[in-house]
Design a protein around this ligand. Sequence first.
Ligand SMILES: [Zn+2]
Length: 415
Amino acid sequence: MSESEAEQTDKQKYEFQKVIEELEDYRGSGTQLVTIYIPPDKQISDVVAHVTQEHSEASNIKSKDTRTNVQDALKSIKDRLKYYEVYPPDNGMVIFSGAIDSGGGRTEMITRVLESPPQPIQSFRYHCDSEFLTQPLADMLTDKGLFGLIVLDRREANVGWLKGKRVEAVKSASSLVPGKQRKGGQSAQRFARLRLEAIDNFYQEVAGMANDLFVEKRHDMNGILVGGPSPTKDEFLDGDYLHHELGDMVLGKFDVAYTDESGLHDLVDAAEEVLAEHEVLQDKQVMEEFFEELHDGERATYGFGPTRENLMMGAVDQLLISEDLRKDVVAYECPNGHDEYEFLDPNEETPEHTCSRCGETVEAGEREDAIDHLIELANQRGSETVFISTDFEKGDQLLTAFGGVAGLLRYSTGV
Ligand SMILES: [Zn+2]
C-alpha cells in the first residue's frame, strides 16, 4: 500500500466510524431497522430479489406501523440499489435503512449506504431488528494487524491467520505418532526411539506448513501465536523447528486444549491480552516520542491552532489525532487579512468572533469536520496521519490534556 493510499484509508475509516456512531444511537419502535451486508461477489440482481422477497413477507407483520415501516425501508433500499450495475463496489457495501424514533412519538426515515469498507465483506447478511447491525463493520475498523497462528499437539496441528478480528484456518496435518502403549514383542528402547522420531518428523511437518504460509508474508505480519497443550508447544518452539526469522516473531505460547480449527479460535481468545497490548503498541511508541520531544526537544506541537499552522508550513511529519476526538472547525476571514479558525463541539452553535489581531468582528465562514480538515491538509503536505487510541494513559492524555490534536515535526518551527 502506498503512503497516499494509507492516508486515504485513514480518512475513509474515520468517515465510517462517524456513521457507525450515528447509527448505533438509533432505535426503531418495532423490529423495523433493516441492515444489509453485501459481499463484493454478490450480484446486485440477487440482492434486489432478496429484498423483494422480504418486502412481500413483510405483509404478514401484524403491527400496521411496523409493517409500513419495514416495507418503506425495503423500498428505499431497492431505490438505492438501482444506482449499481452488476456487482457492488470493491469490498462490497452495507445499507442501513429504517424509521427511527426521533422523539415525541415521531419517526424519521433514514437510509445510509457505506461503500467499499476497509476489508471485504465475507458473507451476505439481511438483518431486521429494532437496532441497526453495526458490529461487523465496527470490527473491521478496529482491525489492526496480521498474525500467524499455530496450534499443535502430537496428534494434529492447524495453522492459519488472524486478520484483524477474523480467524482463517489454512492448513492442517495429523501425525502418525504412535500412542504411549507399545505393542507386544517390541523392545521398549526401540519403541521409544521410533516414537521420538515420529514426533520429530511431525514437528518438522508442522514447521514446514507454517514456513510455507508465513515466510513470504513475514514483513507484513505483526507476530506469531503458538498454542497447544504442554509440553508439545514448548518442545516445538525449543526445538527451533520454525524458520529462524519466524522464531523471532513468536509473541507467546498459550495453553489451548483443542488443536483442530476451533483451537485457532481458542488460541486467539487465550492471547487476548497480548493482542490488546500489541494493538496499542505503535500508538504507544508514537506518544512516547511526542512526550520526549515535548520535554527535551523542539519537534512537538499540539492544540488545533499550532498544529494546523505547522501543517500549513509542511513541517509536520506525523499528525496525531485522538481516536475519540469529534470536533468541528469554523473559518473566519478577517477583512484585514487575518485568517483564524475556531474548534467547536459538533452540537455547539457557531459563535460571534472577534479577530484576535485587530479586534474586527468577523462573520463565520465555512464550518466543517475538524478531523476531515486536518487530514486533508496532512495529505496535501505529505504528513502521515496517526489515530491514537485512548486505551492507554498517554493516549488518553492526548485527548484530555492536548486538545486531541498534536504533531511530530520534521524540524523545529518555533510555533
Ligand atoms: Zn483581523
